[in-house]
Design a protein around this ligand. Structure first.
Ligand SMILES: Cc1ncc(COP(=O)(O)O)c(C=O)c1O
Length: 475
């Protein structure tokens, strides 16, 4: 264990770039060539092999020029928690497989609910991630809609904004709702749900005899970090008697921010909330939770099995978390957050998050003032969506492919990793800043690299662009 730890620590310390740029074609044969029927019987040899098939080419989120997805570098107390929880291997489905682990998870749910501003009836459970948390919340909302409105599945609707996460659609599918179940409403220029569009949609559904089983507001959209206007949305949901779910998978870091907690005002009026500690609390994957304002609704996911959690246990008050969870055997992920809070405390985590939000604001100013780029909107969190805009002339029409090319060329070089997305049908580049060690110089350097790749693409192809359709060329 010590040798393995040292090896990984050394890798992370020495990583000169976030990625080696390896392609699946180059790596796949190395992994395929390993004979799983012939063990090495030696930890050091297995680690040497691992170096070759994984560690050498892994993507290192700790590197300051990893700017791509919603992945964070992890804090050391959480890493310690990860080692302890795997070693003890508690399973949090029942008290008799976890003992104190169950109580620690419950304390953290209580703590998170307190940060949200929920009252004493609140409850929740740790999950594997935001996708599961959203599914769980929507399952509860569906059951409430069935119970209250007696609605049939084909008439149920879920309203979210056009910037909402795709897991909402996936959840609706899994819940057996029809293909038209998820309705998206427009966002404003800052990519926040328009309350008037929501009001219109609620009204349209009501007049059409449809039952809106949930509105999903997003506190931190994946691309823009935008936070839907929670108080206005909560008011509309309250007057329509509709379940409000807030997907704060990304924005939950604000719960511990001393400077920006107000951005989540209104979240306490939600019926359910998704928080992903593995996005903005600097926790290793997985660490997420779903919280509900009224813990009684969790009964909708309960099943009592004779061998595991018979009803008589619940009646005796034995704390079996499986009574609330979609999973059975379940990791003690809560331990990572526990050790983080016990060693560092919430303010320190909030400061780390505030730092990346500050850096994103400074990066926005940098890009907005740079004529090589155009930027979509200023994120209240830590993303930046922008694109390289070739100078006026024949190269302009290559903008889409030039941005696609720049992202791929940069990843292949391994110098930095950035993400991409589309906005109004156009290809954009995206930074997600979650590493407090990323400096503004890192950001400026990556912008130069991207502009260099994109411009090279344009220079090579612009002479052809006047005459023919130019297709995307891979680096
Ligand atoms: C807003 C939002 N919700 C939900 C999710 C899904 O979370 P997970 O990847 O943990 O399943 C994401 C992931 O990026 C997200 O950005």
């Amino acid at each position: 264990m010590a040798a393995g730890t040292e090896r990984v620590a050394e890798r992370i310390r020495r990583a000169g770039r976030p990625f080696s740029g390896v392609s699946p074609e180059r790596l796949a044969p190395e992994i395929a060539a390993i004979d799983l029927e012939r063990p090495l019987h030696d930890h050091a040899a297995a680690l040497d092999e691992l170096e070759r098939v994984y560690l050498r080419d892994a993507v290192y989120f700790h590197h300051p020029r990893y700017l791509a997805h919603l992945n964070c570098p992890v804090v050391i107390p959480a890493l310690l928690g990860e080692a302890v929880l795997s070693a003890v291997n508690s399973s949090l489905d029942t008290w008799d497989q976890s003992a104190g682990g169950t109580l620690i998870e419950r304390r953290l749910i209580e703590w998170t609910a307190g940060r949200i501003g929920f009252g004493p009836a609140a409850d929740g459970v740790f999950t594997s991630g935001g996708t599961q948390s959203n599914l769980h919340a929507l399952l509860l909302a569906r059951e409430e809609a069935h119970a209250i409105a007696g609605a049939v599945s084909s008439r149920l609707r879920v309203i979210t904004s056009e910037a909402g996460h795709f897991s909402v659609r996936k959840a609706a599918n899994l819940l057996g709702l029809g293909p038209d179940a998820v309705v998206t409403v427009e966002t404003d220029a800052d990519r926040r749900m328009r309350p008037e569009a929501l009001a219109r949609e609620l009204d349209r559904c009501r007049r059409a005899g449809l039952v809106v089983m949930a509105v999903v507001a997003t506190a931190g959209t994946t691309d823009f970090g935008s936070i839907d206007p929670l108080p206005e949305i909560a008011a509309l949901c309250e007057s329509a008697g509709v379940w409000l779910h807030v997907d704060a998978a990304y924005g939950c870091g604000l719960l511990v921010s001393r400077r920006r907690r107000h951005l989540l005002d209104g979240i306490e009026r939600a019926d359910s909330v998704t928080v992903d500690f593995h996005k903005s609390f600097f926790q290793p994957v997985s660490s997420s939770a779903v919280l509900v304002r009224d813990g009684a609704v969790l009964r909708h996911a309960a099943h009592h099995a004779d061998y595991l959690n018979p009803l008589r246990m619940a009646e005796r008050g034995i704390p079996n978390q499986v009574d609330k969870s979609l999973q059975t055997t379940r990791r003690f992920d809560a331990l990572k957050l526990w050790l983080t809070l016990r060693v560092m405390g919430p303010d320190a985590v909030g400061e780390l998050f505030d730092e990346v939000v500050d850096r994103a604001a400074a990066s926005y100013a940098l890009v907005a003032a740079d004529p090589r780029f155009e930027v979509v909107t200023r994120s209240p969190l830590s993303t930046l969506v922008f694109r390289y805009l070739p100078p006026e002339g024949p190269g302009r029409k290559l903008a889409d492919d030039a941005n696609l090319y720049a992202r791929e060329a940069l990843a292949a070089s391994g110098e930095a990793v950035v993400a991409g997305t589309t906005v109004d049908g156009r290809h954009y580049l995206k930074f997600t800043l979650l590493n407090p060690e990323t400096t503004l110089d890192d950001v400026a350097h990556v912008l130069d690299l991207l502009a260099g790749h994109a411009q090279r693409y344009v220079d090579d192809l612009a002479p052809l662009a006047d005459h023919s359709e130019v297709t995307h060329v891979h680096p």
